[in-house]
Design a protein around this ligand. Structure first.
Ligand SMILES: Cc1cc2nc3c(=O)[nH]c(=O)nc-3n(C[C@H](O)[C@H](O)[C@H](O)COP(=O)(O)OP(=O)(O)OC[C@H]3O[C@@H](n4cnc5c(N)ncnc54)[C@H](O)[C@@H]3O)c2cc1C
Ligand SMILES: *[C@@H]1O[C@H](CO)[C@@H](O)[C@H](O)[C@H]1NC(C)=O
Ligand SMILES: *[C@@H]1O[C@H](CO)[C@@H](O)[C@H](O)[C@H]1NC(C)=O
Ligand SMILES: *[C@@H]1O[C@H](CO)[C@@H](O)[C@H](O)[C@H]1NC(C)=O
Length: 549
């Protein structure tokens, strides 16, 4: 009670000043005073049962380890510059009870919070805030994974990576797996709360379709499991993004069966070799990939490449990377029938165990031990931007030809097409907050990387231009987007009193009608909108407390 009163007093203090002035005022006052560190540490010690709360889990900007810690899980170098807004403090819980204390103390002291697990957010939302001052709650130490083969399930803490999850399952069984993302360094906390898809999506759905239970710290610092949080909140944190609702501590996941032998292949062709053939393959892929056997996932990558280096000419390369949950012989005969244009034969295919296919998708040598999946590859980041779209009707051959021309003109934007169908079409659009189910043929990821900061403006302009050109070919009315492919271009929340209207702009794109249920859950569990960020779920306007305005 007392804590809430203190927090409210702090907030009402904020109210007396204009918004920008207030931020400046509070942050400089706090930065100037070393006592925030001590105050926070004292508060943590008071609010946790765990004795090891000490300076090993709390870092001020003056600490020599601060920059390394901050940088370790920055995965987009766009947010690793001197001008990037930095947390006042970094807290790295080593025990779940520390998280409870962080949530309570941040409110008492008046710090906004950013929650980071693997740090792969494409827009750095997990560690950048324009809402100042803020504390970074960095979950990387909470990475326990408990696989129970008899029960067919696993409890995994939010700070574990997907690579660690796959490795831990593989250690216990060669015929179990889990349907989640490709990249081994992605964090469980952001990935699963944001949906989570991977190469077994057509067979088993998204990660969120295989979540059995969860532990979350709510705004009052209480730990809730599925039973105590109730089905509405449990629904919300399976695709609605965890960070709007609380701090996810762990998920209990249902393991899925994988065969002892799976098959992968990668095949490519370029437009300049034979454009009729290349266009036929891409066109036909749109029909086959979303409708073929559920056990087959064929990702299509389209990208501009040099065709004639001397003349500076470019062409489009179309590559298909695939996982088949079965043996090569069956795959070859399946595609001979369904996709003769591809001309797949036995020597294009490689058979291996499921864990080796995980290495293969990560472009790790499969001769190596799966230990490679445990490498967190700290402090490595590219400059990049991503966007997403959904395609519901096959694009005509003329359309494809035009798009390829635009891609060559644009310069360096790549497209990754991920086929849906199978299990994805059998789950209703409201089963989880993730609405992109039946009726979608495939999702497009637009991608661009660059090397020098100075290239940012041009790269960002290119990707936005191509996104513009794609308008006639992709989902209409609501132009859909995938939350895990965070894109601040589609709308942001500036946390003014208009946050509901602002939130609806991106909310409907990510969640369609599920947005309204997410808002209801949000309003019920966090009415004062403590858990917020540039694209969080807003509260209902009528329920908003005056001090948020
Ligand atoms: C190289 C790369 C490959 C990718 N591949 C895939 C893929 O194959 N499939 C796919 O679906 N996506 C993929 N993604 C996207 C990825 O799933 C999302 O970026 C995801 O949100 C990352 O989770 P994280 O924990 O690493 O990120 P973070 O940046 O730590 O978090 C992302 C968001 O979740 C919130 N969050 C993080 N942890 C918690 C928590 N414990 N409780 C509450 N909220 C939390 C953050 O505040 C932030 O809003 C990829 C991204 C990259 C960079
Ligand atoms: C400490 O532990 C007890 C018993 O487990 C629990 O009831 C209490 O809420 C905990 N207190 C804090 C501050 O975590
Ligand atoms: C190009 O591909 C088409 C369709 O596969 C084929 O009919 C044609 O003969 C090919 N042209 C050349 C020059 O190889
Ligand atoms: C809040 O709403 C009022 C009235 O609608 C408006 O004048 C003001 O600019 C808004 N403030 C913010 C921060 O959006």
């Amino acid at each position: 009670m007392e804590m809430m009163r203190n927090a409210l007093q702090l907030w009402s203090l904020h109210l007396s000043l204009p918004f920008f002035l207030l931020l400046h005022h509070v942050s400089s006052a706090l930065v100037a005073s070393d006592s925030v560190y001590d105050t926070f540490l004292n508060c943590l010690q008071k609010h946790t049962n765990h004795s090891e709360v000490n300076s090993n889990i709390l870092y001020a900007q003056t600490n020599a380890k601060y920059s390394t810690l901050l940088g370790n899980y920055i995965r987009n170098a766009r947010f690793k510059t001197p001008s990037t807004r930095k947390p006042l403090l970094i807290v790295t819980p080593s025990h779940e009870s520390h998280v409870e204390a962080v949530v309570v103390c941040s409110q008492i002291i008046g710090l906004q919070i950013r929650i980071r697990s693997g740090g792969h957010d494409y827009e750095g939302v997990s560690y950048v805030s324009y809402d100042m001052p803020f504390i970074l709650l960095d979950m990387f130490n909470l990475k326990t994974i408990a696989v129970d083969i008899d029960d067919g399930s696993v409890w995994v803490q939010a700070g574990a990576t997907l690579g660690e999850l796959y490795y831990s399952i593989w250690e216990k069984s060669k015929v179990h797996g889990f349907p989640a993302g490709v990249c081994s360094t992605v964090g469980v906390g952001g990935h699963i709360s944001g949906g989570g898809y991977g190469t077994m999506m057509r067979k088993y759905g998204l990660s969120v379709d295989n979540v059995l239970d969860a532990n979350i710290v709510d705004v009052n610092g209480k730990v809730l499991d599925r039973k105590s949080m109730g089905e509405d909140l449990f629904w919300a944190i399976r695709g609605g993004g965890g960070a709007s609702f609380g701090v996810v501590l762990s998920y209990k996941l249902k393991l899925v069966p994988v065969p002892e032998t799976v098959t992968v292949f990668g095949i490519e062709t370029t437009l300049d070799q034979n454009s009729t053939m290349a266009i036929d393959i891409v066109y036909r892929w749109q029909e086959v990939a979303p409708s073929t056997d559920d056990g087959l996932f064929m990702r299509m990558i389209l990208e501009p490449v040099s065709s004639n280096v001397k003349k500076g000419e470019k062409t489009i390369r179309a590559s298909i990377y695939a996982l088949y949950l079965g043996k090569a012989e069956r795959l070859v005969s399946l595609l001979e029938k369904e996709f003769p244009e591809l001309g797949l034969n036995n020597k294009d295919c490689r058979e291996m165990g499921w864990i080796d296919s995980v290495l293969w998708w990560n472009k790790f040598p499969i001769e190596n031990s799966p230990d490679a999946l445990l490498n967190r590859n700290l402090n490595s980041a590219n400059l990049l931007k991503r966007k997403s779209d959904y395609v519901q009707n096959p694009i005509s051959k003329d359309g494809l030809e035009w798009i390829f021309k635009k891609m060559v003109e644009s310069g360096k934007i790549g497209l990754a097409l991920n086929p849906y169908g199978g299990k994805m079409s059998q789950i209703s659009a409201s089963e989880t907050p993730f609405p992109h189910r039946a009726g979608n043929l495939y999702k497009i990821q637009y991608s661009v990387n660059w090397h020098r900061e100075a290239e940012e403006a041009n790269s960002a302009a290119q990707i936005r231009r191509l996104y513009g050109y794609m308008t006639p070919f992709v989902s209409k009315n609501t132009r859909s987007a995938f939350l895990n492919y965070r894109d601040l271009d589609i709308g942001i929340n500036t946390h003014g009193n208009d946050s509901y209207t602002q939130g609806m702009v991106y909310g409907l794109k990510y969640f369609h009608d599920n947005f309204h249920r997410l808002v209801k859950v949000k309003t019920a569990v966090d009415p004062d909108n403590f858990f917020r960020n540039q694209q969080s779920i807003p509260t209902l306007p009528s329920k908003r407390h005056s001090h948020i305005g």
